[in-house]
Write a protein that binds this ligand. Sequence first.
Ligand code: PXL
Length: 266
Amino acid sequence: MKKVLTIAGSDSSAGAGIQADLKTFAAHGVYGLSVITAVTAQNTQGVTAVENLTNAIVAKQLEAIFSDIAVDAVKIGMVSQAKTISVIAEKLTEYKAPQIVVDTVMVSSSGYPLLEPKAQQVLVRELLPLAAVVTPNIPEAEVLSGLKIRSCDDMKEAACCIREMGPQHVLVKGGHALGDPVDVLFDGAEFTILSGKRINTKHTHGTGCTLSSAIAANLAKGLSAAEAVCRAKEFITMAIEHSLDIGRGAGPTHHFYGLYEKSGML
Ligand code: PXL
């Protein structure tokens, strides 16, 4: 079995973060490993508190995994603090971690800040150069590129600008724009436009986490970046189409709908 590591925060409501990542890995038939960077207290209505773990325990978790297990791909999600980002970049370089997907988590969908302002530069300087794929949404792509994004051409320009920061592939996700969502993938030479149909649901908690984990799982299985991204988009589309009405706010997506359907469990 391929082994895929997520480095991210815990979401007590299990729709996003570590919990979404591990469900995504399980749904892809890869073995999921986790390094927890923070514990968030949250539900479908929002985040009420965040406690970051120490750099020492983050480093120890990474050492425990990499000293023993040959990891095939890594997904990095919420890492709030500058020093923790540096520790992660250092360890991933030391252990020559392959196929790194960076989800540039900045704020929760409910608006709670998940990246300290001064950590942003460190993310750009130390993590983006290690990335096989980076997956900013429109607001994150605007922050990273300094550009205002109003059109597909703007998304392409932002993708070019972010690629200059070192990642091999940039996926700018268009879900925050109005209308049917269009994502733009750039590999330094060609743009791939991935268009989808907007699904009418408020239950989209953890979609970014799920998509980036699905990309990492697909890379671990040996798919090219373009194929990994296309299949991951199909996976998140299925998971949103069958998202769950759990709690009073934005519910989670259904990571196992496809498997449950095939097995006759539904
Ligand atoms: O979707 C971004 C995100 C990532 N990681 C954790 C989160 C969230 C959003 O709530 O809680 C732990």
